[in-house]
Design a protein around this ligand. Structure first.
Ligand code: AHG
Ligand code: MN
Ligand code: MN
Length: 340
């Protein structure tokens, strides 16, 4: 028996989850491999200028965003680590134009791995926390040829989701549908140790996270909601709110998992055809699964994010997530207005 207070390693946590029937052996292996890849990314992020990994890659992704060297490197690390293990049918990544099939040289498995290899890339060169976000779906049986439509499943079908934050400590936060659990990387041992079982997001909060510089572009329900937060104690909400915005979704969500809050990236007038900035499959769905498993909520202002049927891989979505009661208030304002 492990003595009390001695944290258990991710490996043991996953074996116990398998014994409890929460995950298959293949999914356990997949999560182990993703965690190993994240350790390699953590190492590269940590080396920073010493590793020559800072700065622009000089390329762009399909979404028209300039890629940083670490965006490209993290993407390569995740694909190389996972392609040969036999547990995957394919990948989809924020940094790839299309989905990626497992090369024919390797056996194919039954899972699909989707990821944002490096989240918060505007923070890389300024030594502020960044992260990796991932989502695992099951691939339909008996497929001859993998197609994009096999990935287009609502978030409610995810069998696992997680993120790593490369901050003062490197942490892995994981759900396989039985609570949300946090692991801290012990650099001396080289393993992730369970440091918080069953994270719980407080239902109420006095803290919000939004990029206020976009305020003039927001639609009326967002204007009304945030204006009321800013009115504080003497306004309709009857309490003072604090604001935080790291501009790394992983870091903002990690704070919310730790002490509550609401994270918002709304749709706005800058590009009215785009429903927000964040990506449904690589960012919003995995974070929604993690947040809901910790007792929080996640909507696009109107609907539960995990109920959205995606129609393309790089689809964007408005995101309201965090403390349940606060997400309900913000969502109600949008529903009452008939949409953003
Ligand atoms: P990425 O670096 O993967 O493109 O994601 C950045 C995202 C998210 O992490 C963050 O919450 C948001 O973009 C910040 O956007 P602004 O720079 O518009 O505030
Ligand atoms: Mn991102
Ligand atoms: Mn990214």
């Amino acid at each position: 028996m492990t003595p009390p207070n001695k944290p258990i390693a991710l490996t043991r946590f996953l074996i116990e989850a398998q014994r409890a029937g929460h995950i298959t052996a293949d999914l356990r292996l997949l999560i182990e491999v993703v965690a190993r890849a994240c350790k390699a990314i953590s190492h590269a992020v940590n080396r920073g200028a010493l590793g020559g990994v800072l700065g622009d890659a000089g390329t762009g992704n399909i979404q028209g965003e300039a890629q940083k060297k670490l965006d490209v490197l993290s993407n390569e690390i995740l694909i190389e680590a996972n392609e040969w293990g036999g547990h995957l049918a394919g990948f989809a990544s924020e940094e790839e134009d299309d989905f990626v099939e497992v090369p024919n040289a390797y056996p194919k498995g039954r899972y699909l791995l989707l990821f944002d290899p490096l989240d918060g890339s505007s923070n890389i060169d300024v030594n502020i926390s960044v992260g990796t976000i991932f989502s695992v779906l099951q691939c339909a049986d008996g497929i001859d040829k993998l197609e994009a439509r096999h990935f287009l499943q609502p978030g409610s079908k995810q069998v696992a989701a997680g993120y790593t934050t490369y901050g003062p400590s490197t942490m892995l936060v994981l759900t396989v549908g039985h609570g949300t659990h946090a692991f801290t990387l012990d650099r001396e041992l080289g393993s992730f140790l369970l440091t918080q079982r069953d994270m719980k997001i407080p239902e109420d909060t006095k803290e919000f996270a939004i990029n206020m510089s976009n305020q003039r572009h927001w639609f009326p329900p967002m204007q009304k909601y945030v204006a009321e937060l800013l009115e504080g104690k003497t306004g309709p909400r009857g309490k003072d709110f604090n604001m935080r915005w790291v501009a790394s979704m992983v870091a903002d969500v990690h704070r919310i998992l730790t002490r509550g809050g609401i994270f918002i990236y709304p749709r706005d007038r800058r590009e009215p055809d785009k429903p927000g900035k964040l990506r449904l499959m690589y960012e919003a769905n995995p974070m929604s699964f993690i947040v809901e498993q910790a007792g929080g909520a996640a909507t696009d202002g109107m609907r539960r994010i995990m109920d959205i049927q995606p129609d393309k891989l790089h689809q964007r979505v408005a995101v309201f997530l965090g403390s349940k009661n606060e997400v309900e208030v913000a969502t109600r304002y949008h529903r009452e207005a008939g949409g953003p």
